[in-house]
Design a binder for this molecule. Sequence first.
Ligand SMILES: [Zn+2]
Length: 278
Amino acid sequence: MNKKYIYLSAILLMFVVTACNYTNKTNGSSGVANVAVDTKGSAGVKQTKNTAAQIYAKQEVPVLCYHRISDGTKSDYRVSQATFTSHMKILSDSGYHSISPAQLYNYLVYNKTLPEKPVMITFDDSRVEHALIAAPVMEKFGFKGVFFIMTITYNKKNYMTTEQIAGLAKAGHTIGLHSWDHTMVTKYKDPTDWLKQVAEPKTKLEKIVGKPVEYWAYPNGVFDHKGAEELSKYFKLSFSLSTKRDSILPLQTVRRIIVSECSQQGLLKAMHRSFGKK
Ligand SMILES: [Zn+2]
């Protein structure tokens, strides 16, 4: 074996190891270009963002979507308090770590490392039990949640007050927007719709929580490419439900699964089925 060959092999090996460390299961070739230019930590050097194709190719993180947490008529949009607690317990017992949308964004865009067994726990529709039940239960297990607020419900019966929403933000949970009145994005036809459903409620919500609102959940999970493109002007990430992502706009079509009344094993199975390794 000549010297030149050994030298080349060493360089190649170094490159492969670095790519694996950084890209964490991205597809090799597209991840490499990014690694080569990502000068992690160097002051003054702008980090390179992953391309849409690189983001789309990354391993997805399981994102759970809860609605009501109360006893009552069986529905896809409700789990009992006991079931919710059992879900948090099995996630904790199985070694899952809750992550924030900011962590997910940095993983998808900059290949930042996530904790082992990451999961995101989200809540739609601003229900009062999110503050009264979900947050205290999650805190018991060391989890943080993401609460998507439909702002027409401020201070209404069965929905969170503005103080409760601010309290969740203060406790380290993330507050996102879920439109003004739950009208689907595909129905926003002119600029006044966008103002009413997105721009104005975003500003109001930011005043309540005292920080930027950078994440969106689609009412009914429904989106189209045009809507997702428009939302990218307002939000770092937008969350849908289990429909296929838009490969051009993966950051604006992050998948979630609705969690309904199910056993602990049922929850873990659903997570694996929807977000299992590629
Ligand atoms: Zn909703």
